[in-house]
Design a protein around this ligand. Structure first.
Ligand SMILES: [Zn+2]
Length: 187
């Protein structure tokens, strides 16, 4: 892996004051948002970029709610969000828009990706291991509903799983149902 690491900067937000650092993996500019002290039982959220949810407040998914929930939790205690630049479960923004158009025509989230020739989930979490090692973090409390994220952290000690808040609405019901039934999420 060819990784470049930025300096650490302050980031005041409406949820509190954080610090940020970027890890550049080839063309992917990941971000770490954290609040010290980073003890050995760090509250951790691994969040994959979702421009439509995170920035635009899309109701098709629960990404923004999960991101803001994690920011609130970390602001009260301490911990870290690893923000990974793998949009649309790894297929990228352009393909995600095409997948959304297929969803408009009745395909579910998994079927739409398959229609476009992609696997169900192309995300990978290798960089997470690199970042956690960089900060010398060994024991974590993971904020997630996703069992594959816990599995991807088998080299670390996951002390607790903290459920991630996922409010339901008429647009994301099917999306959440697929997460639960087909991907085994704890919802
Ligand atoms: Zn999303």
């Amino acid at each position: 892996m060819n990784i470049k690491i930025s300096n650490i900067a302050k980031l005041p937000t409406k949820y509190g004051d954080f610090k940020i650092q970027s890890f550049k993996e080839n063309d992917k500019e990941h971000l770490v948002i954290f609040k010290e002290p980073l003890l050995n039982d760090v509250l951790l959220r691994i969040h994959s970029e979702c421009l439509t949810g995170d920035a635009l407040g899309s109701l098709k998914c629960d990404c923004q709610a999960q991101l803001h929930h994690a920011l609130k939790l970390i602001s009260k205690k301490n911990g870290m969000i690893i923000y990974l630049r793998q949009e649309g479960r790894g297929i990228g923004l352009f393909n995600k828009v095409n997948a959304y158009e297929l969803q408009d025509r009745g395909f579910n989230t998994i079927e739409a990706n398959h229609q476009l020739g992609f696997e169900t989930d192309l995300r990978n979490y290798e960089i997470v291991e690199y970042i956690l090692n960089y900060y010398k973090i060994k024991k974590i409390n993971l904020i997630t509903n996703n069992p594959s994220k816990i599995k991807s952290l088998e080299k670390f000690e996951v002390l607790h799983r903290i459920p991630s808040i996922t409010p339901k609405n008429q647009y994301n019901l099917n999306y959440l149902e697929i997460k639960k039934e087909s991907l085994g999420h704890f919802l």
